[in-house]
Ligand binder design. Structure first.
Ligand code: FAD
Length: 460
């Protein structure tokens, strides 16, 4: 009988385990993770064994100790303006305090010396407003992929003797008893008093079955669809040098849709992302200057939320990504100049392009994949961004598609991040409440504190 079982070793799961251990209550804690320990996580593309995604049974990029964040850019955004809605459950100041606490742990475990960027007092805000663009407020700790990996390694070394980690062990189902829960795996069943589910985006489908089986209400969420833009780092350097990541929102003139920048990677690389067998695009960058490229990349995304009669926002995003996989065998790349001239990019046009792609993608035509309304919005925003970062709308700017941000169904939880069932918690990205490293980690800390408070109350 464990005191707490955590399903998923992403940031949500890791920070739950960390805070539970730190309480000094000598709790029996287990973490079940379907992926590998950190040091065994190897993507055949990163190892240069294959050129494109071969859809491994367990994706080393999305699964294993560190979760989807392990090879990420390690950008911890300290803000309530994006990255999740944790503040709705814990209050705005408490949410910020939790994110700052997570930051302090990251620094203590290897992140010391990394830079904290801030939008406070920046003149870029005014320049954006003059051009119909809105810069969102945030502080950003950029660990970089390399330091992020070091921090995770140090956290694991600290936790491994105090927590039972079960790697390569997917939880298949959860059964509820009057005062406990049993998690079932192919290797056996385990029982606990408190169960924290933190299976991230990659566990979204499984999470839905758990909610169905246990009759936990869920609501459909949005899906974000768009492209990843890659251009010479010099074009955005005045923004990235000061802010590192700028979250800019634009309302299109044509449809009044909101288009926004997302996940900016100065001197970074564009990468494949595999979600449930569908290949989409993402990006990251390294803190280590020797790994810097000459390009900066970021996503331009439009949110779509369906409710009636069609509810499956993720299914809509998946279909669009599948179409790009069908036409391109994976991710498609197109020059902005080719897109606005209504012609496909060809291998020779990409080869002659002034911006060299950092991801080997299939030259093609994104207008055959992305719905017109979304693509029109993205083109409008590229021209708007060109006013604050001249050169964004150059013919040679590369667009990769499709970038899709899937959000989990919103699981009905209360202020304690608890479902209707005592001792059964859902946190991180799989709750639909968070969609970032800092918010997911903060939700892990909060749930651990709630469990400890509950134990203390029952002791008294
Ligand atoms: C390439 C990439 C770059 C990113 N960059 C950033 C960034 O710079 N900044 C930022 O804020 N966010 C970034 N993100 C998003 C960020 O990684 C996630 O928001 C965050 O990891 C969510 O944490 P989580 O713990 O909720 O879930 P996850 O990190 O997804 O972890 C969930 C874990 O649960 C495991 N799991 C799933 N199902 C089961 C099961 N049935 N049994 C056992 N284990 C299971 C998975 O294998 C996984 O390891 C990035 C994501 C990707 C993919």
């Amino acid at each position: 009988m464990y005191d707490v079982i955590i399903v998923g070793a992403g940031p949500g799961g890791i920070f739950s385990a960390y805070e539970l251990v730190k309480s000094g209550k000598n709790l029996r804690i287990a973490v079940f993770e379907l992926g590998e320990p950190l040091e065994n996580r190897r993507c055949p593309i990163s190892e240069k064994k294959v050129k494109s995604c071969i859809k491994c049974k367990t994706c080393a990029i999305m699964s294993g100790f560190g979760g989807a964040g392990a090879f990420s850019d390690g950008k911890y955004n300290i803000t309530n303006q994006f990255g999740g809605t944790l503040y709705k459950y814990v209050g705005k100041q408490e949410a910020l305090d939790l994110m700052k606490y997570v930051d302090s742990i990251n620094l203590a475990y290897g992140g010391e010396g990394t830079k904290l960027y801030s939008t406070a007092n920046t003149s870029i805000k005014k320049k954006c407003l003059e051009n119909g663009l809105h810069l969102l407020d945030a502080q950003v700790r950029h660990l970089g992929t390399d330091i992020n990996y070091v921090v995770l390694g140090n956290l694991y070394n600290d936790l491994k003797d105090k927590v039972d980690f079960y790697f390569k062990t997917a939880v298949t189902s959860v059964e509820r008893h009057p005062d406990s829960y049993t998690v079932r795996t192919a290797k056996g069943d385990y029982t606990c008093k408190n169960c924290i589910i933190s299976v991230g985006r990659s566990g979204s489908k499984w999470m839905e079955t758990v909610c169905e089986d246990m009759k936990i209400p869920t609501k459909s969420n949005r899906v974000d669809i768009g492209v990843r833009v890659e251009l010479p780092a010099a074009v955005f350097s005045h923004l990235t040098d000061e802010l590192y990541e700028s979250k800019i929102v634009y309302r299109t003139e044509k449809f009044e849709d909101l288009v926004r920048t997302f996940c900016m990677n100065p001197n970074g690389v564009v990468v494949n992302e595999n979600t449930n067998g569908i290949v989409t695009v993402n990006g990251h960058s390294y803190e280590d200057k020797s790994k810097h490229t000459e390009n900066t990349n970021f996503a331009l995304l439009v949110s779509k939320h369906f409710s009636e009669p069609f509810k499956d926002s993720n299914g809509y995003g998946e279909s669009i990504a599948r179409l790009s996989n069908m036409l391109g065998g994976g991710v498609i790349v197109q020059r902005f100049g080719d897109l606005v001239r209504g012609r496909r990019s060809t291998p020779s046009r990409i080869e002659e392009n002034y911006v060299t792609p950092t991801l080997s993608a299939t030259p093609g035509d994104l207008s055959l994949v992305i719905p017109k309304r979304i693509l029109d919005g993205i083109i409008e925003m590229i021209y708007a961004l060109d006013k604050v970062a001249p050169g964004t709308a150059n013919d040679d700017t590369l667009l990769y598609g499709v970038e899709v941000k899937f959000y989990n169904m919103e699981v009905e939880i209360g202020d304690e991040l608890r479902t209707v069932y005592p001792g059964f918690y859902v946190i991180g990205d799989c709750s639909g409440v968070t969609h970032s490293l800092s918010h997911a980690s903060a939700s892990g800390v909060q749930v651990a504190r709630n469990i400890i408070n509950g134990l203390e109350e029952s002791e008294n």
